[in-house]
Design a protein around this ligand. Structure first.
Ligand code: F6R
Length: 609
């Protein structure tokens, strides 16, 4: 949620830190700060608000060849200048930036206060600065290592000392840290997007690791202080992918990228002649595949909605029982883990604390978990027993769009795979993969008509709340439409199974209530039409997403507005019906003057429980 960036090298550190921070701003953004060791002193500047606020107020002439920086999403303490990171020890020698939560910070604070430390902020992070200073003589690595012995909780940290301008020390436990290797320079960040403008050679630290960075060398050690030579990986994201280009917002860019991102997800993974798919990385042999009796998927937010879509595919197409659960609830049931159930952790970022905790709980009890993840090298990707990368490319906007459609495609590929090993006929398999191949072109057709959705978003802008209804595979799409609208436009919205409306929410319907029906012409279409009748009878205003029909005008007769999407196999319809909903929310939010890419209170990757 918060972002870390650090640098040590021969160049001026400040512009590199500021640029890195701006690339991380999407992760969390209520305050920010920098610390640079300059001529034996730490120069620290921090400010509540957007990074540009901090940048605007920077003291003149601040320059050095190393430093650390942070963008914060408040957990302990309000977003104020004092609570912003970096935090500095009382003697002014140590500065720390931290992502994560220190659970025993109250006890540590009392202990440090008894030693005479004076706390300047309300944050948990500040204990790190005082603890490291307590142990610091002239070996920063040892001081950090001693300090982390005391810490209970999660951390990704980067530390500098006033008298060591050529060194940055970092450590990780439960909160990501990635090192970037440059030419006579080293970088550290919580997320590769902060550093890929400078290098694509990276090292992901594991929990317990500590790293010491100098301009021309680095050293990594594990929790037992043993030297470990970690794999250097090549990041294949291009810099253009993390820039807006000609688009006004990342969200709009990412909506428009779905034609390519969907294609990228299935490219090379389909075997049309056998009507099946090929997925490397699952780490399941044939026997294990046959032994699977059930599937269970854990996820949060938009990823949860993608999992719900997939559960229809698994049961309907592949005939494997499948359950989906919100990851944050799963763990607290003392879940029963079954050896013939295959578990999935679905996460765009691969860092969501709730999903990660569910994964660990399953593994602790002997279950096998596959990750369905976007960010390569993320914690869920590394800790799962196998998995599928969704390959949607970096998703910067807080509101998830292209990851949703790629998650569905990845799970669809798995559903066809396991289905074909069971009862799915080759003919159905072939039909499904052919239909999938046609999806990118159909997404393109919807995007060509985006102007129509923009007009409708304006029309419904004054609504106090909006209902989204769908049946079957369109129900999770309705949930996703509602989530998108509320998170970026702040208009209240609720997604419901269309048939559930009559059990209570129908009381909300009057002549002012817009009701968005996700109603592709699938086998539940007739039933959804009856639900439209119920809304119309109460004067509700219907906006329908459906397929065009040459003669049947019943939807048009009931709905005030209709958005058409191309026909496809019903299992794939969410990949098309969701796109007008993403555009609808986007345009409503823009029209209302919201900060679309960085909506209030939200962060991209939620690394706290
Ligand atoms: C909504 C959104 C969130 C995330 C959720 C899970 O637009 O982005 O609901 O889907 O926080 O995040 P990941 O997929 O990274 O685990």
């Amino acid at each position: 949620m918060c972002g870390i960036v650090g640098y040590v090298g021969e160049r001026d550190a400040l512009p590199i830190l500021l640029e890195g921070l701006k690339r991380l701003e999407y992760r969390g953004y209520d305050s920010s700060g920098v610390a640079l060791p300059v001529r034996g002193r730490l120069k620290v500047h921090k400010k509540a608000g957007k990074i540009r606020e901090m940048e605007r107020t920077l003291p003149q002439g601040l320059s050095g060849t190393s430093g650390i920086a942070h963008t914060r999403w408040a957990t302990h303490g309000a977003p104020t200048d004092l609570n912003a990171h970096p935090h500095v020890s009382n003697d002014g020698r140590i500065a720390v930036v931290h992502n994560g939560i220190i659970e025993n910070y109250a006890a540590l604070k009392t202990m440090l206060q008894q030693d005479g430390c004076v706390f300047a902020s309300e944050t948990d992070t500040e204990v790190f600065a005082h603890l490291i200073a307590k142990f610091y003589r002239d070996d920063l690595e040892s001081a950090v290592r001693n300090a982390i012995h005391y810490i209970k909780g999660t951390y990704g940290i980067a530390v500098v000392a006033s008298d060591r301008p050529d060194e940055v020390v970092c450590a990780r436990n439960g909160s990501p840290i990635v090192l970037g290797i440059g030419e006579k320079e080293m970088f550290v960040a919580s997320d590769v997007t902060a550093i890929i403008a400078h290098t694509q050679q990276v090292i992901y630290l594991a929990d317990g690791d500590v790293a010491v960075l100098h301009a021309d060398s680095y050293r990594t050690t594990n929790a037992d202080a043993e030297r470990v030579d970690k794999d250097v990986q090549e990041v294949d994201w291009r810099i253009e992918e993390i820039e807006k280009g000609d688009f006004p917002h990342f969200m709009l860019k990412e909506i428009h990228e779905q034609r390519e991102s969907i294609e990228r997800c299935f490219r090379g993974r389909v075997i049309p002649e056998f009507g099946t798919t090929r997925l490397g990385g699952l780490n399941l042999d044939r026997r294990e595949f046959f032994d699977i009796q059930r599937l269970k998927m854990l996820a949060c937010g938009t990823s949860f909605h993608a999992a719900l879509v997939a559960s229809y595919l698994f049961e309907n197409l592949a005939r494997v029982p499948c359950q989906v659960e919100v990851a944050s609830e799963f763990r607290y049931k003392n879940p029963i883990i079954d050896k013939n159930t295959l578990y999935f952790a679905i996460s765009q970022s691969g860092e969501t604390a709730d999903t990660l905790a569910a994964l660990r709980e399953i593994q602790r009890k002997g279950g096998r978990v596959l990750g369905v993840v976007n960010v390569v090298g993320s914690t869920i990707a590394r800790e799962s027993d196998g998995g599928i990368y969704i390959r949607s490319g970096p998703e910067i906007a807080v509101a998830s769009t292209k990851a949703f459609t790629s998650q569905i495609v990845a799970l669809f590929l798995f559903a066809v795979n396991i289905g074909r090993m069971r009862d799915m006929s080759p003919a159905l398999g072939r039909h499904l993969v052919e239909e999938l191949a046609a999806i990118p072109g159909k997404v393109g057709l919807i995007l060509e008509r985006a102007g129509e959705v923009e007009r409708l978003a304006r029309k419904y802008l004054d609504s106090r709340y909006v209902l989204f209804l769908g049946r079957g595979v369109s129900y999770p799409v309705a949930l996703e439409g509602a989530l998108k609208l509320k998170e970026i436009s702040y208009i209240h919205a609720e997604g419901l199974p269309a048939a559930e409306m009559k059990h209570g929410p129908i009381a909300l319907i009057n002549e002012e209530t817009p009701v968005v029906f996700v109603a592709p012409r699938d086998e539940l279409f007739e039933k959804t039409l009856s639900n439209m009748e119920e809304v119309r009878a109460r004067k509700g205003r219907i906006l329908a997403i459906t397929n065009e029909h040459p003669t049947d005008r019943r939807v048009e007769a009931l709905a005030e507005d209709v958005i058409y999407v191309p026909d496809t196999h019903e299992a794939l319809s969410p990949l098309l019906t969701v796109i007008p909903l993403q555009l609808f929310s986007y345009h409503a939010a823009v029209r209302l003057g919201r900060d679309v890419d960085q909506p209030r209170n939200l962060a991209k990757s939620v690394t706290v429980e």
